[in-house]
Design a protein around this ligand. Structure first.
Ligand code: ADP
Ligand code: MG
Length: 327
């Protein structure tokens, strides 16, 4: 496959927009910026054999997910994504049509959020495919929601249900794709393949104007809560029975495994955060009005040294920081 031919085929995915002064086709992209905004940027890379296999993701899901993981980071800052840049390293066994299908998956998600492809890079690799996506977003000046904002007395909350993606992966790895799946199984597989970044929730939390600490759950609740505790220098105590595990995951894997996936599974891309107790009811009902489930799962107990505890049947233990390790 010739690099220039591929880039020509990719170009139509880069929509025209007044804020994009130079898109694909020159040495670098040029976009407008606004004096009253901060720029939020992040990059995430997914590798064949590590983060996905051809048997766990459709081609379009690879693109969707490579972009979604970045949108999740933007959401966790309270920002709005605007532009994205894609770096590809691919081995000779990848065909042009397959790469374009990956772009179609990315494009579907990008269109949903009105995000524009403004450039990229294409190189060869000896083994497998690597897709690295950079997203540029924006937020009103000094309004980003940081991990370091948790304070004593805060409620710890989480969006949606946790562990579904890990459950979906388990189903994908344990069974031939030819075996038909039940509706419940398909729901979990769908969450693994096409996680929904929580942009709307990030916006709602930012708009509330409350002091909120926020992090997205890419590696499981335990390690993400540890990140909040460390950044804010606080002790957080979670209550196991309040952790939202879906009915689907509980039915398929049992209650205990469900908690295990929620704590240490990966790639839920929900948000975990903290907010003052007095503001919690307003935040929870504002989210509910938008159809977003928020659950209170614990509290910030004291400032001082970082710690994450789990309360279960009246007993407390320190949670190990055992985030999901990719294969
Ligand atoms: P340069 O050699 O100056 O770095 P390239 O020849 O690599 O430029 O790229 C030409 C144009 O095509 C640039 O605008 C670049 O952003 C874009 N581009 C290259 N590869 C990709 C890709 N995989 N996806 C999207 N745009 C790409
Ligand atoms: Mg150049």
């Amino acid at each position: 496959m010739h690099e220039f031919d591929l880039i020509r085929q990719i170009e139509p995915f880069a929509a025209d927009h007044k804020d994009v002064k130079v898109g694909i086709g020159d040495d670098a992209a040029v976009t407008s910026s606004y004096a009253h905004k901060d720029v939020i940027s992040c990059v995430d890379t997914i590798c064949e054999g590590i983060h996905f296999k051809r048997s766990t993701l459709h081609l379009s899901d690879i693109g969707y997910k490579a972009l979604a993981v970045n949108l999740s980071d933007i959401a966790a800052m309270g920002g709005m994504p605007r532009y994205y840049i894609v770096s590809l390293a691919m081995s000779p066994d990848w065909q042009e049509e397959e790469i374009l299908e990956i772009y179609r998956g990315m494009n579907a998600l990008a269109q949903h959020y009105g995000i524009i492809l403004i450039g990229g890079d294409t190189v060869s690799s000896q083994n497998g495919l690597m897709v690295s996506v950079t997203v540029l977003g924006e937020i009103e000046k000094n309004r980003s929601l940081l991990r370091s904002s948790a304070r004593e007395g805060d409620i710890v909350f989480v969006s949606g249900t946790l562990g579904d993606s890990r459950g979906g992966l388990e189903l994908l790895l344990s069974r031939e794709s030819a075996v038909p799946r039940t509706e419940q199984e398909n729901a979990l597989v769908g969450i693994h393949q096409r996680p929904e970044p929580q942009i709307a929730l990030g916006q709602l939390l930012k708009e509330s104007g409350c002091r909120i600490a926020l992090n997205d759950i890419s590696d499981g609740l335990s390690s993400e809560t540890w990140e909040l505790a460390e950044a804010s220098n606080v002790c957080i105590c979670l209550e196991e029975e309040n952790i939202p595990v879906s009915e689907d995951a509980t039915n398929l894997f049992g209650k205990q495994k469900g908690y295990e996936y929620a704590l240490n599974g990966g790639e839920d891309f929900q948000l975990v955060g903290t907010v003052a107790k007095t503001h919690w009811p307003t935040i929870q009902s504002a989210a509910k009005e938008k159809g977003i489930r928020l659950s209170a799962i614990g509290s910030v107990e004291q400032e001082g040294s970082p710690q994450v505890l789990m309360q279960k049947n009246g007993e407390r233990t320190v949670i190990k920081r055992a985030g999901y390790r990719h294969q």
